[in-house]
Design a protein around this ligand. Structure first.
Ligand code: PCA
Length: 327
């Protein structure tokens, strides 16, 4: 018997043992993630996956695939809707063109702190869950990114300084800001951001300190303005058919581990916000607050975009925003 055959047989034997100890219906779920393995969202998802695997005694094993390695960010939601992947994590606001409710967390200057982000989610998540259900998706948990600021390769004192700049957008809201500011939007996933900056495809963007830090954008860009414009979320969802096929115990494991992950992810985001901004500064970037002029102009865009969003989102959108404002 050749060495290769021996190895193949013993691997098969190990696999069989694995199946028999994990129970007759043991399942393995691959979970695509768009962001880097070292990012706190991805680390939190790995803890969530281990939590489910443990809580089900291995009956349902979840394995994360960070960095867009299984599906790229832009493909993850469709992959889960169609059952190609049973579970996944996605920046839901990137799909606001499908349903404006998915963009409730990216309305400029509506909810600009962690506390407001939590309150907005309390007010809006019911409607978002319903919108997901209409697309064959079961909501599990969502975790915010730190507040969004402006990255540029030069000093920016007003919107006029941004005219004609190539701007990396990650959703419809960021593309709309680019349009309002006379910039040229280009949709790029975080995984491709460093390359886009290095090749001059993009020269500026809006994101958190987290993504600037992960992508080492100090290699191309010089300024970060801590605008604190909104806190978008990554959301984890399960294919509805896969969900319906689970035992009650396994559903409970996902829900419980999801609730834990939502709280732990939020705490991590808060804890790391300053660390990321400090990291940008330590690597030579100029960190500042936006000038009064820039802030006022961006807030003007926020007013326009809030109205546009309310018009598009209809009754349930308005109810969510009203409930948030009343909190
Ligand atoms: N990082 C993600 C979305 C929001 C954020 O802070 C990104 O830039 O893709």
């Amino acid at each position: 018997m050749s060495l290769k055959t021996t190895l193949t047989i013993s691997t098969a034997a190990i696999a069989l043992v694995g199946v028999s100890t994990a129970g007759a219906y043991a399942e393995k779920w691959d979970m695509p993630l768009a962001y880097a393995a070292s990012n706190y969202h991805s680390e939190n998802a790995a803890v969530f996956a281990a939590c489910v695997t443990d809580a089900t005694g291995g009956d349902l094993e979840i394995v994360t695939h960070p960095g867009g390695s299984l599906y790229k960010g832009g493909e993850i939601k469709r992959a889960v809707q169609t059952g190609q992947a049973p579970i996944g994590e996605r920046l839901l606001s990137a799909h606001a063109n499908e349903d404006p409710l998915f963009g409730v967390d990216s309305i400029p200057f509506l909810a600009t702190s962690f506390d407001d982000s939590v309150a907005l989610w309390k007010a809006a998540s019911g409607a978002v869950k319903e919108a997901l259900a209409k697309q064959n998706l079961e909501y599990v948990y969502a975790v915010p990114w730190p507040p969004q600021g402006l990255y540029a390769n030069k000093e920016v004192n007003s919107v006029a300084d941004l005219s004609g700049v190539k701007f990396r957008a990650y959703n419809a809201a960021t593309a709309r800001i680019a349009e309002l500011a006379g910039m040229v939007p280009v949709q790029i996933e975080a995984a491709e951001l460093s390359q886009a900056l290095a090749t001059g495809v993009a020269e500026a963007f809006v994101s958190s300190g987290s993504t600037g830090y992960d992508r080492k954008v100090w290699e191309q860009l010089s300024h970060f303005y801590d605008v604190q414009a909104w806190l978008p979320r990554n959301t984890v969802f399960v294919n509805k058919d896969a969900w319906d096929g689970l035992s009650d115990a396994n559903k409970a494991a996902i829900s419980d581990c999801g609730a834990t992950a939502e709280a732990a992810g939020l705490a991590k985001a808060k804890e790391l916000t300053q660390f990321y901004v400090d990291g940008l500064a330590e690597n030579g970037m100029v960190i500042g607050n936006p000038s009064d002029a820039l802030k006022a102009e961006l807030q003007g865009f926020g007013e326009i975009m809030t109205q546009e969003w309310l018009d598009a989102a209809g009754e349930s959108g308005k109810a969510a925003v009203d409930a948030f404002k009343a909190m």
